[in-house]
Design a protein around this ligand. Structure first.
Ligand code: GLV
Ligand code: MG
Length: 284
């Protein structure tokens, strides 16, 4: 499964749920949390469960963002969506390793309750100052954690920061979350770009996420999907360079040489790693 784009879709909008597989995202996220008003929580849960069983999107990863652990809804959400069948359960506002363990136990008991044998993994959102401080403990707390998303809207709100298109206010959060995820070996997923109509700056924001090393990015508009997918695809000249690096490295190893040079650049292990990642992204 690719993981370039994670598209949020309101869990109370039947039309959008039905179109989930046609929008080009690698993963769709049916949202039961902030897109749904308190008065509609139960109805949305039923609608999303129905979409999972009756309109199961094909060829895309399926996630449901349930309500937070501090709400009265999360257990009912988790049981319903695990029973209906989802690849991932996404849990917002995770702040500690203990909460991550609560999620793991919750998924396991939901699976047992409905007799599901399917694999269900977790995605966490870090979007509070405390969550960010505990990022590595969270990232390494559970074997079923697949990746972590930075939620910059809630994060900047709780920091008292402004949210701008250049993202200077989230530079530290991005880096901190990235290192935590890479150290723990889970996917690092960048925050959505909130200025929906500003496609030029969306492209810059996505290119910056790629430059930093994010594995994918969340999006909140179908108009952003294609552009973000493209940002995560390496340019043909990069793929060509990576292929030449791998060929030079193979040749050096056949000839028993430790290091070689290509275009005047020393090819050593970090360069080979970089080339491998480019080829992996191009292949995906
Ligand atoms: C996402 O949940 C965010 O708060 O940005
Ligand atoms: Mg949020």
């Amino acid at each position: 499964m690719r993981n370039r784009t994670f598209l949020f879709m309101p869990g109370n909008n039947p039309g959008m749920l039905a179109s989930a597989q046609c929008l080009g995202a690698d993963v769709v996220i049916f949202d039961l949390e902030d897109a749904v008003a308190q008065t509609e929580k139960d109805a949305a849960r039923i609608l999303v469960s129905h979409a999972l069983t009756e309109l199961r999107p094909q060829g895309v990863g399926v996630t449901v963002r349930i309500n937070g652990l501090d709400t009265p809804y999360w257990q009912a959400d988790m049981e319903a969506v695990v029973a209906a069948g989802t690849d991932f359960v996404m849990v917002p506002k995770i702040e500690s390793a203990d909460q991550m363990l609560q999620v793991t136990t919750g998924i396991e008991s939901a699976r047992q309750k409905c007799g599901s044998t399917a694999t269900v993994k977790a995605l966490a959102i870090i979007e509070t100052p405390l969550g960010l401080e505990n990022a590595h403990a969270i990232a390494s707390a559970s074997k079923i954690l697949h990746g972590i998303l930075l939620g910059a809207e809630d994060f900047t709100a709780s920091m008292g920061a402004q949210r701008t298109a250049d993202g200077a206010e989230i530079a530290y959060a991005r880096s901190r979350l990235l290192t935590a995820c890479k150290a723990a070996g889970v996917l690092a997923i960048d925050t959505p770009f909130p200025f929906v109509a500003d496609l030029e700056r969306l492209e810059k924001d996505a290119a910056f996420a790629v430059q930093l090393g994010f594995d994918g990015k969340a999006v909140i508009s179908p108009h952003h999907v294609h552009r973000v997918n493209q940002a995560f695809m390496p340019a043909p000249e990069k793929v060509n360079w990576a292929q030449r690096v791998m060929a030079a490295a193979r040749k050096a190893s056949e000839e028993g040489k430790g290091a070689v040079s290509l275009d005047g650049m020393m090819i050593d292990l970090p360069i080979i790693k970089r080339a491998e990642r480019i080829l992996l992204l191009a292949d995906a």
